[in-house]
Design a protein around this ligand. Structure first.
Ligand code: GLA
Length: 378
């Protein structure tokens, strides 16, 4: 019998320049796709089964009947691909059986969106093998639904949008209220700047209660302020109307981070951006300052930072970075740093030394190069 034809689909991880916890508040985010990501090598099957394997998990393949998929019925890593099949079917698409082998060069739990990369690579593979055509924005919503309802993580739309919609040499300014998307030129290397993701090696878990608690606090603040979502607010003076200081801090983070995302996008789009080395340095110094403000806001107002991230940010700046901030949901994961190319070595040595001095697991450094979106590789 002839072997079924294989297709290889890839979806990238992401780093977010600004706008954390703003997506589910309908504010702005500014992610870019990484070169690293997840690949799904898939072939169609004549039966109604999904047979899932991961190179990163030493275990038997997970076999799932497509017609028995219900939220909660699959746990562990396979819940993400299974959830995508479920969400595609729930959206009315006919999904064929498939064997899918997953491989990844993204660290898991590092805040670089390995789950969305897994969802989106599988979503594209299943659509292609099933002859189903879904526009990318709709596919992002389907993958998000898989994560929210099938896996049970109450996340927003940034990660799936980044994996599917970001483009090479750009960051994506996404208004999560209207879903209006703007491609913003972002070529740090051309300006003599290295973007680095520093994995602090403290894994985060989004299903854990803190993420959901922050989301609930934001919703409570929006209710008290009489707005549908905090992302629509631009003036922090409105927060005087919130009696509870904790809710005031949470809301202040959302309003200011969303404003910072727009300010960075404007700086990158501005006249003269990266025209000369002097101009570029000025722009990246400004962006770096906003990164540091964003980190402080996540640490003090939103309270989702963790000690390893705070030390990484402080050390990176002392060692010459223009700026650095935690990325992702928090309580573990990675820091994004923008560093003049000439200071990268000093910065890496300093951060590693700071971890060694505290007896922490050593961090890992990934080049964060603004890369193309999810695509077929073969
Ligand atoms: C996680 C979630 C996203 C977003 C970020 C914080 O990555 O998946 O939806 O809320 O945290 O910006």
């Amino acid at each position: 019998m002839k072997a079924a034809a294989e297709e290889v689909w890839f979806a990238p991880g992401r780093a977010n320049l600004m706008g954390e916890h703003t997506d589910y508040n309908e504010g702005f985010v500014l992610p870019f796709a990484l070169a690293q990501g997840v690949s799904a090598t898939a072939s169609g099957r004549a039966d109604e089964l999904l047979v899932l394997r991961s190179k990163q998990v030493q275990d038997d393949p997970v076999t799932i009947r497509l017609d028995s998929l219900t939220p909660g019925s699959v746990t562990g890593w396979a819940a993400y691909p299974a959830g995508v099949a479920w969400a595609l079917r729930a959206a009315g698409h006919v999904v064929r059986g498939a064997s899918i082998d997953i491989d990844s060069d993204l660290p898991v739990g590092a805040g670089v969106s390995s789950s969305a990369a897994l969802e989106c690579s599988v979503a594209l593979a299943l659509c292609s093998l099933s002859g189903v055509s879904v526009p990318r924005r709709a596919l992002a919503a389907i993958a998000k639904r898989a994560e929210n309802e099938f896996v049970g993580a109450p996340t927003g739309i940034i990660d799936q949008s980044a994996a599917l919609l970001c483009t090479e040499d750009h960051a994506l300014l996404l208004d999560c209220g209207t879903l209006a998307a703007t491609q913003v030129p972002f070529r740090p290397a051309a300006a003599g700047v290295a973007a680095l993701v520093i994995d602090t090696r403290v894994p985060h878990a989004l299903v854990s209660g803190e993420y959901a608690a922050r989301r609930a606090e934001c919703e409570a603040a929006a209710r008290l302020l009489g707005v549908p979502a905090l992302g629509g607010l631009t003036d922090v003076r409105v927060l005087r109307r919130l009696g509870d200081p904790l809710l005031r801090r949470r809301a202040r983070h959302v309003i200011t981070d969303s404003a910072r995302a727009r300010a960075i996008a404007a700086a990158l789009q501005g006249p003269g951006a990266a025209d000369t080395a002097v101009e570029a340095a000025k722009i990246y110094r400004f962006i770096g300052k906003l990164l540091v403000e964003g980190h402080a806001s996540l640490r003090d107002d939103f309270e989702v930072s963790w000690p390893e991230a705070d030390v990484t940010v402080e050390t990176a700046i002392t060692a010459g970075a223009y700026g650095a901030k935690m990325i992702g949901g928090g309580f573990g994961g990675s820091v994004l740093a923008l560093v003049p190319t000439g200071s990268v070595g000093t910065m890496r040595t300093a951060v590693t030394a700071a971890f060694t001095a505290r007896g922490w697991t050593l961090p890992q450094f990934l080049d964060a190069v603004p890369s193309p979106p999810a695509r077929r590789l073969a």
